[in-house]
Design a protein around this ligand. Structure first.
Ligand code: PAF
Length: 284
């Protein structure tokens, strides 16, 4: 039976009675198959599974994006129940950021490129809310999707630096049959944009294929992504990146582990995706 709590006090009381280890899946709701995979991973590894549902205003650098972020709590709760989640924490903003709240958690170098550069303030918002959620849930494990690879790196750095004893676990990206990575934002795509969006995955596959054939020039791999994206008129490229897997600095040559990533706009919807080179596909 899934229990829903909305305040810090209710959460604390509920957590006092649960079995450990505790696994948490932090979400902003509009749950999809990718979230369900995270919940299943938590259920397989942890005695208690907690899902948090909170659309965090502090991680949206554009107010409009926050307003139009999709929400459907009743549906989300049905999904949590179906997945056997023990506890859902769905707080109002005042419980996450109580009156007088005045702290920003700002991660350094790994948060600066890519999404950090494209969305100023975004990772401050993510690191701050996740630090609060980790503090409140006191989870042993936390599960995130590898689709947001840089977010996983930022959260790992934050947890390590702040000595938060929650292990951050990245789970493989879940894709539609045509390769589109699942994302709550996909709901905003028009039918034509939805048909065009798998080009992100095709671009990553094109670069990976060149790499697998022995190409080590990062520019050649970036060009492979750009050339694929150029074939899709609805795709407006924000960035393509071939970066080192540790700090996300752009590479000249791919000799060790690397992350291919891209951000592409379709009309008003911005999608991201990534693929690791030279490493196991997702960190377990
Ligand atoms: O990935 C998300 O849904 C959010 O960035 C997170 C981690 C729940 C923080 O608000």
């Amino acid at each position: 039976m899934t229990r829903i709590v909305r305040t810090r006090a209710e959460l604390r009381a509920a957590l006092d009675r649960v079995e450990r280890p505790v696994g948490v899946v932090p979400t902003m709701g509009w749950l999809h198959e990718g979230h369900r995979a995270l919940m299943r991973q938590a259920r397989a590894a942890d005695a208690t599974t907690v899902v948090t549902i909170f659309v965090n205003p502090r991680q949206f650098n554009v107010a409009d994006d926050f307003m139009r972020y999709p929400r459907n709590e009743a549906r989300d709760l049905d999904i949590c129940t179906a997945e056997g989640v023990d506890l859902v924490f769905a707080p109002p903003a005042s419980e996450v950021y109580p009156p007088g709240f005045d702290t920003v958690v700002s991660v350094g170098a790994v948060a600066r490129p890519l999404e950090g550069a494209a969305r100023p303030g975004h990772f401050d918002g993510v690191a701050t809310v996740v630090a609060i959620l980790f503090g409140l849930v006191r989870s042993d494990h936390a599960y995130f999707g590898q689709k947001d690879a840089q977010q996983v790196m930022v959260i790992r750095q934050m947890a390590r630096d702040l000595a938060i004893p929650t292990e951050v676990i990245a789970c493989p990206t879940v894709r539609e049959p045509d390769g589109l990575a699942l994302s709550s934002r996909n709901v905003h795509l028009t039918p034509a944009e939805r048909a065009a969006a798998p080009v992100l995955h095709r671009a990553l596959v094109a670069a990976r294929t060149r790499w697998a054939a022995g190409e080590r020039s990062a520019d050649a791999l970036r060009e492979a992504m750009r050339a694929t994206l150029a074939g899709e008129p609805l795709a407006e490229v924000d960035y393509v990146s071939v970066a080192d897997a540790a700090m996300l600095t752009e590479l000249d040559r791919v000799e060790g582990q690397a992350l291919l990533s891209l951000a592409v706009r379709f009309g008003t919807t911005r999608l991201i995706d990534n693929e690791s080179l030279g490493a196991e596909p997702a960190v377990g």
